[in-house]
Design a protein around this ligand. Structure first.
Ligand code: NZQ
Ligand code: ZN
Length: 389
């Protein structure tokens, strides 16, 4: 087990009646606020008005950047950074899902950079400073509300890359499960897959040594999502279901379950290429990839863990052989994604063919090998994409 440091500095206000603390929280960082949001869902659910009321009653000045895209673009980051410089913004307030929060993180860094924000994402320039960030989360999925990364897309170059820095950790995040009641069935399903994938991809399916305690926590986190996602689909305003999904989202990726496990993200790297080339929803790409990835990496070394997953999470037959049990587990996971959550199961259904697979596979591996449950070369990645057709 590797040595590790655990520190998560985001202050979380969780629950129905916490927004009254927003003004005080923002005031800790200054007077001039840039409110960042997406395509308008926050207006439809009345959250925009509530946020503005809190900002104005705290005596703060508010500027706005709207229209952040799902799979946020570097061009939008540049627009936001320009506003920060011109209006001398003190603090950023992201109200929305992962895309809005990620875009806000990149803006926070770009506000201190005189150039194209893409340089910071690409890593040709470093994040040296960042404006403070406060978030109001409206979709349980990415964990961006409690982590220090953001994912930004450059549609011109078909690249979707992460910007990572401790400076981008939100100072505070407001998590009211009621704000997720309006999330569509599709986005609820995709968000739930994303939460699961953060656990699977990063820490759960690994050959690295894990603490038994952490393995149990991850199993329960996975079971929580498997239990509550269908309830949220059936009854979108079920507070208990939305609360469980929201808190699971934050804890899947806030560093706690890492506990000395090096984070490998094979499925995420493969999915980011799908989003970069075809602008698909992140969680949907993960749902299509994950069972195929597990099938591809299945061998006598990985089978016992995959089998255990099936037994612990889906109650598959423990008396099966390792191989038989692992296959049963993968079938149960596919059934959960494609029947219970109702997601499309193939890339062909999304209109994606194999024409870009070779270049996507090269890019996913970034000139080397993808590390994870089993190392993957570009040839392997291409084969997994083909299994998804
Ligand atoms: O834009 P608006 O109008 O707000 O609508 C959004 C968007 O169309 C809508 N939505 C959000 N909250 C809603 C709502 N609709 C109704 N009611 C609400 N309460 O949902 C749609 C999707 O929103 P988006 O923010 O794109 O979804 P998500 O939270 O899943 O974020 C996905 C992005 O995060 C990245 C993904 O790659 C993707 O770009 N990720 C970020 C990570 C991180 N920062 O750590 C890790 C993840 O692995 C992931 O890569
Ligand atoms: Zn993800």
């Amino acid at each position: 087990m590797n040595d590790f440091v655990f520190q998560n500095t985001t202050k979380v206000y969780f629950g129905k009646d916490q927004l009254k603390n927003l003004g005080t929280e923002l005031k800790n960082y200054g007077r001039r606020v840039l409110l960042v949001y997406g395509g308008g869902s926050i207006k439809k659910i009345g959250l925009y008005d509530k946020v503005l009321k809190e900002i104005s009653s705290a005596g703060l000045e508010c500027f706005e950047l709207s229209g952040v895209e799902p799979n946020p673009r570097h061009t939008t980051v540049n627009r936001g950074a320009e506003i920060c410089k011109q209006k001398k913004i003190d603090v950023l307030l992201a109200v929305g899902g992962g895309s809005t929060i990620d875009c806000t993180k990149a803006i926070a860094a770009a506000a201190y950079y005189d150039g194209d924000a893409w340089d910071l994402v690409k890593g040709t320039a470093s994040v040296v400073n960042a404006l403070p960030i406060v978030t109001v989360l409206t979709l349980a999925a990415t964990g961006s509300e409690m982590d220090c990364g953001g994912v930004i897309s450059n549609m011109q170059t078909h690249e979707k890359l992460a910007i990572l820095s401790p400076l981008l950790q939100p100072k505070a995040s407001f998590l009211n499960p009621e704000n997720t009641y309006s999330v569509s069935k599709f986005q609820t399903a995709c968000g739930s897959v994303d939460i699961l994938s953060h656990v699977f991809d990063s820490y759960y399916f690994t050959m690295q040594p894990k603490m038994d305690f952490i393995d149990r926590v991850m199993t329960d986190l996975i079971k929580t999502v498997v239990k509550y996602a269908p309830i949220a689909l059936e009854t979108p305003d079920n507070y208990e279901a939305r609360a469980n999904l929201m808190w699971a989202s934050s804890w899947a990726l806030n560093g706690f379950v890492a506990a000395g496990i090096d984070q490998d993200v094979s499925c995420h790297m493969m999915e980011h290429e799908l989003s970069a080339f075809y602008d698909i929803t992140h969680g949907l790409g993960l749902a299509i990839l994950t069972p195929r990835w597990l099938k591809y990496v299945l061998d006598e070394n990985t089978a016992p863990q995959i089998k255990k997953f099936g037994v612990d999470v889906f109650g598959t037959d423990p008396s099966l052989s390792d191989m038989g049990g692992a296959n049963a587990a993968i079938d149960a996971l596919s059934d959960f994604f494609f029947h219970t959550l109702g997601l499309k199961s193939t890339l062909s259904e999304l209109g994606i063919d194999d024409s870009n697979f070779p270049i996507m596979a090269q890019k996913a591996c970034n000139g080397g090998t993808l590390h994870g449950f089993k190392p993957l070369t570009p040839k392997d990645v291409e084969a997994i994409y083909r299994m998804c057709l």
